[in-house]
Design a protein around this ligand. Structure first.
Ligand code: ATP
Length: 363
């Protein structure tokens, strides 16, 4: 029986538990054995009880749970070869050579590196006397499939990452609550949302909540943004609007990469427009809570597809990442998707915002 392991890694997102459930159950339904690696790459490096066989009922009720019930971590040891050798040894001990990873671009980069090195890791295990040739012979190829779990919706090649719509829903609900006070007192609120390199949450929250102004990392405002924002807010007020909402992504900056923070925006709205202005930093509320219906669907359909991809893979197939494009669940080249994603971050760093925006639009 083939043994398939599932792991969650990097920042948690709503829907990760549903992904584990789908992978475990599809694995069992396909006649294979399912394993869960607890606490991300930490669990893979530690081995033993951190890699557990999973039964059908072990994941019962997980579809509607927030975060990840098998834990996640950032693991420095896995970034170094000795850590990956240890991880490979632990996998061979359990007879596992197929790994489904749900995480962000860092986790998926690590996974592909692991796959790349795998044959040489097998050789090293034998030369160091940690495993016999017979132990490693059936496992000379590591099969990796990626699933993107992230609230930021920051991976190129997919329309949505697992968790982004739950987070967007939570942000919209929070802004609705803020709206009530803003309207009653005719106040302005500056709302900071997550997104260091990716403004998807800020942009979509702005569209969904009818914000007055939005600050995004990929598309910074014009050089005289202070004046522009104040003019727009004044115009909206002149039209009879009783409330003002400005959304600032965590990683917002001007066209020279000077950070734009909520305090700067608040001071402008208070001092230049004369509005009673408050700041709300939504923080980890954006990450928590149960996944919305879309993320339950996405985690289930993509988890099932990941297991199918494992079973159909050959040593020649490049590692796939499971995506959704125009409402269809599809497999894409994992490395290409990561490269495109990292290119957007590089374009932002180089202040090439046209390229960054094109990169976000690219399929
Ligand atoms: P998020 O988008 O939430 O930050 P992420 O998956 O990008 O999620 P990272 O902290 O970048 O989060 O990566 C998670 C873990 O993946 C790291 O702690 C490390 O163990 C492993 N990892 C990341 N990059 C590499 C790499 N280049 N080589 C080996 N392992 C890596």
């Amino acid at each position: 029986k083939k043994r398939i392991a599932v792991m969650t890694s990097g920042g948690d997102s709503p829907g990760m538990s549903g992904t584990v459930r789908a992978v475990v159950r599809q694995t069992i339904a396909s006649g294979c054995m399912a394993f869960a690696v607890y606490e991300g790459y930490d669990g893979l490096v530690k081995g033993g009880d951190m890699i557990k066989e999973m039964g059908w009922e072990d994941v019962r009720g997980w579809l509607s749970e927030g975060g990840t019930l098998i834990g996640t971590a950032r693991c420095a040891e896995f970034r170094e070869r000795p850590g990956r050798l240890q991880a490979a040894n632990n996998m061979i001990e359990k007879g596992i050579d197929a790994l489904v990873i749900c995480g962000g671009d860092g986790s998926l980069t690590g996974a592909d590196k692991f796959r790349d090195e795998w044959p040489s890791l097998m050789e090293e295990l034998v030369t160091k006397g940690l495993r016999s040739k017979e132990d490693v012979a059936p496992h000379m190829h590591l099969n990796i499939v990626g699933l993107v779990g992230s609230i930021d919706n920051d991976l190129s090649s997919t329309d949505a990452t697992i968790g982004c719509y739950s987070s967007l829903t939570r942000i919209c609900q929070s802004i609705d609550y803020i709206d009530a006070t803003a309207f009653s007192h005719q106040r302005a609120f500056v709302v900071e949302v997550m997104g260091r390199h990716c403004g998807w949450l800020a942009l979509m929250a702005g569209v969904s909540c009818g914000a007055d102004f939005i600050f995004l990392p990929e598309n910074p405002p014009t050089e005289n943004w202070e004046e522009e924002m104040c003019t727009i807010v004044r115009r909206h007020r002149d039209m009879g609007k009783r409330k003002t909402i400005v959304i600032v992504a965590e990683g917002a900056h001007d066209r020279k990469l000077n950070h734009i923070n909520p305090k700067m925006v608040k001071d402008l709205l208070s001092n230049k427009v004369g509005l009673d202005t408050r700041i709300t930093t939504l923080g980890h509320v954006q990450r928590g809570g149960p996944p919305c219906a879309y993320d339950r669907m996405l985690s289930t359909l993509q988890g099932v597809e990941a297991v199918k991809a494992v079973l159909e893979a050959t040593p020649e197939t490049p590692s796939p990442v499971i995506c959704i494009v125009e409402n269809k669940i599809v497999r894409k080249d994992l490395i290409k998707a990561i490269q495109m994603t990292q290119q957007v971050a590089k374009d932002i760093e180089a202040c090439d915002f046209d390229a960054a925006m094109k990169g976000r639009d690219a399929e």
